[in-house]
Design a binder for this molecule. Structure first.
Ligand code: URA
Ligand code: SF4
Length: 202
C-alpha cells in the first residue's frame, strides 16, 4: 500500500497517464473493481470537475459520471451554461469501492488512506489540464484537493484561489441530491454553486 506515485509514467501527457493508471496497484481497490476509471475530457478544458470515485455503472463502462449522478451533473452543467465539451471530469479515487450484497454492489466511501494513495493521479491531471475553475464535488474531493480542514457545508459556492487566475469552487456531490429529503432544494443549491463556478471563469 505505497500509493500511486511509483505507477506514474515518465512521459507527462494525459494519454500516457491514462494508460499507466490502468495498471495501478497503489492501494487495494484495484483488486475487486473491474477497471481503472480515469478522467475524461479535453486537455485544455477551462473547467475540471472532481467527484469521489466511480460508481457501479462507471466501473462497468470505464468512464466517469455516466450513471445516475452523471445525469444530474449533466443537467446542472447545461443549466449553469457550462458546455460539457469545455469540461474535464474525473474522480479523487479511480477505482470503485463496494461491498457485495447479493447481486448488488453497494458503494462504500473511500478511506483517507485510499484518497491519499490515489492523489498522485489527480495531481497529475490537475497539472496537465490546469483548469481555470476546479469544481470540487463533495467531501472526498475536498479532502484530496483542499485538505482535511476544509468544510464543504461552510464554504460551498465560494471561489478559493488555486493560483493566480485559477480557483476551486466546492459544492455537494450530485449523488447527495438523489438521496436528499428535498431533492428540488438540494438541486437548486447545487445549480447555484455551479453558476458561481461558471461566472468565476474569465
Ligand atoms: N460518483 C462519483 O463521484 N463519480 C462518478 O464518476 C460517478 C458517481
Ligand atoms: Fe491506484 Fe487509485 Fe486504483 Fe488505488 S484507487 S489502485 S491508488 S488507481
Amino acid at each position: 500500500n505505497i500509493g500511486a506515485q511509483r505507477f506514474l509514467p515518465d512521459e507527462v501527457s494525459l494519454p500516457a497517464l491514462r494508460e499507466a493508471a490502468r495498471h495501478c496497484e497503489g492501494c487495494d481497490l484495484y483488486r475487486d473493481a473491474t477497471q481503472t476509471v480515469f478522467g475524461e475530457g479535453v486537455p485544455d478544458a477551462r473547467f475540471m470537475l472532481v467527484g469521489e470515485q466511480p460508481g457501479d455503472q462507471e466501473d462497468h463502462e470505464g468512464a466517469p459520471f455516466v450513471g445516475p449522478a452523471g445525469r444530474v451533473l449533466d443537467r446542472a452543467l447545461e443549466e449553469a451554461g457550462i458546455d460539457r465539451e469545455a469540461v474535464y471530469v474525473t474522480n479523487a479515487v479511480k477505482h470503485f469501492k463496494f461491498t457485495a450484497r447479493g447481486k448488488r454492489r453497494i458503494h462504500q466511501k473511500p478511506t483517507v488512506g485510499e484518497i491519499n494513495a490515489c492523489r498522485p493521479w489527480l495531481e497529475a491531471e490537475m497539472r496537465l489540464v490546469d483548469p481555470e475553475v476546479t469544481v470540487v464535488l463533495g467531501a472526498t474531493a475536498a479532502r484530496a484537493l483542499l485538505g482535511p480542514d476544509f468544510r464543504v457545508t461552510r464554504h460551498r459556492g465560494e471561489p478559493v484561489p488555486r493560483r493566480e487566475g485559477a480557483y476551486y469552487v466546492a459544492t455537494i456531490h450530485p449523488s447527495a441530491i438523489l438521496r436528499a429529503p428535498d431533492r428540488d432544494e438540494a438541486y437548486a443549491g447545487f445549480l447555484a454553486d455551479l453558476t458561481v463556478a461558471a461566472r468565476t471563469a474569465a
